[in-house]
Design a protein. Structure first.
Length: 50
């Protein structure tokens, strides 16, 4: 899950496609792309701190 949601460079085309699908689903739910990025960065920071 983490490689898919992070906005870092992707290792494979499959991961890139999964990431874009995730972002598209979040946008469909009413988030902007910037909000999705901020939410993902926050989630990764909180998870790392735990």
């Amino acid at each position: 899950l983490l490689p898919v949601i992070s906005f870092n460079a992707k290792a494979s085309a499959d991961e890139q496609k999964k990431h874009q699908d995730f972002v598209d689903r979040m946008i469909d739910k009413g988030y902007t792309e910037k909000q999705v990025r901020l939410l993902c960065e926050w989630y990764l920071r909180v998870r790392k701190a735990s």
